[in-house]
Design a binder for this molecule. Structure first.
Ligand SMILES: CNc1nc2cc(C(N)=O)ccc2[nH]1
Ligand SMILES: [Zn+2]
Length: 381
């Protein structure tokens, strides 16, 4: 029995599991702006652009299926009036496929001393103009509906790593009250809303929080509170005992994760959706991910290396340019350097999750997982 009086649900949303191989699963997620095959990686487009990528090439060359937009950043700049004048974020940024927007909670909580938490919401001084704002569950739902999000995230607190149990319990209880207010505040029938479970790396706290959230009418459920500095194995262990506590009929989204090996290991533990700034942020410094490990292409060792970044990659960068040329572009501060490395990294992440999906459907995920780690260990020679 849910304690939510608002009957608004997303009528353009559906999710179905297509195949399962151990705890890994392949699914199909239908949203307002299109269909997404899971497991899926979502490139991060913080202020209405996936940095250094044209949206047409993000669709045709990377074959990204869904991207992430940050509510906090878009609310401050360009602001809701500008987004509204364009008819929403999709039109403004030229992206007609699905967009997931986060609630701004994580960004606001990282403002540390520039924010005050109250039952009502979080008061903060923005890092751009210094002006004061108040984010409440109602406000962040209004913002995300104005953006025209396909998937909205509930307003939650992501407690700092290593927080005391007393603090965690109080924070989780307030987050539950905030997430229920998000459900009560929704007005659009074409924007899905995902809940977010907290609890750090504690199995007991994770169970308690999900017992409260799982019965609520969210279309999906996320694991929050991870990738905040905890040991990688602690993150994997937390995912392993948490995914079975989440509603199996809904998509399971692990926020802020991760590196290629994290994607493979968390797909193996039942995660359907991921987002992370690593492929785009690291690309701008020439830190490239490949099937044979990381290649830091701005390093001198690549000065005369005429090979592509990755022999197994079908992307525009790997099909047309050498490591030597990419290094030259990066060292010269040419814009094309970050552009080509970003395109490659995102294509690599999307290809990786696509191959994982195929392996799950064909019942050979364990072999895929072993081969992935073997090739990574070979190193980015
Ligand atoms: C990069 N790590 C990361 N952890 C996150 C946790 C949350 C959350 N809401 O707990 C959101 C975004 C996150 N990004
Ligand atoms: Zn490539």
């Amino acid at each position: 029995m849910t304690s939510i009086s608002n009957t608004v649900r997303c009528e353009t949303f559906s999710f179905r599991e297509v195949a399962r191989d151990g705890a890994a699963r392949a699914g199909e997620l239908k949203l307002t702006h299109g269909t997404v095959q899971t497991p899926i990686f979502m490139p991060v487009g913080t202020v209405g652009t996936v940095k250094a990528m044209r949206p047409d090439e993000l669709a045709t060359q990377v074959e990204a299926q869904i991207i992430l937009g940050n509510t906090y950043h878009l609310y401050l700049r360009p602001g809701l009036d500008v987004v509204r004048a364009h008819g929403g974020l999709h039109t403004m940024m030229g992206w007609d496929r699905p967009i997931l927007t986060d609630s701004g909670g994580y960004q606001v909580f990282s403002l540390k001393d520039l924010r005050k938490i109250r039952e009502e919401g979080v008061e903060f001084q923005d890092h751009i103009s210094g002006s004061y704002h108040l984010f409440t569950p109602e406000k962040v739902i209004e913002i995300q509906e104005t953006l025209g999000s396909d998937i909205m995230m509930a307003f939650d607190e992501c407690p700092p790593a290593g927080a005391e149990e007393r603090y965690m319990r109080d924070s989780m209880a307030r987050t539950t009250r905030w997430e229920k207010r998000c459900l009560e505040a929704r007005t659009r029938h074409d924007c899905a809303l995902f809940g977010i479970g907290q609890g750090g790396t504690s199995e007991q706290l994770r169970r308690e929080h999900l017992e409260e959230l799982a019965p609520l009418p969210f279309e999906g459920m996320a694991i929050g509170g991870l990738s905040v500095g905890e040991e990688t194995q602690a993150m994997y262990d937390t995912v392993e005992f948490t995914t079975p506590m989440m509603p199996d009929e809904k998509p399971k989204y692990l926020m802020g994760v991760g590196k290629p090996e994290d994607l493979v290991e968390c797909i193996a533990r039942g995660v359907d959706m991921f987002d992370c700034v690593i492929p785009t942020r690291n690309a701008r410094n020439g830190h490239c991910f490949t099937s044979r490990g990381v290649v830091v292409v701005r390093n001198a060792v690549h000065k005369e290396d005429l090979r592509p970044l990755d022999p197994d990659c079908d992307c525009y960068t790997c099909q047309n340019f050498s490591r030597s040329y990419l290094r030259h572009l990066l060292k010269s501060g040419e814009m094309l350097g970050p552009q080509l490395c970003t395109l490659h990294n995102l294509r690599y992440f999307l290809t990786l999750v696509g191959q994982a999906r195929e392996a799950i459907v064909e019942g050979r995920f364990e072999a895929f997982r072993k081969r992935f780690h073997t090739l990574q260990a070979e190193g980015g020679s």
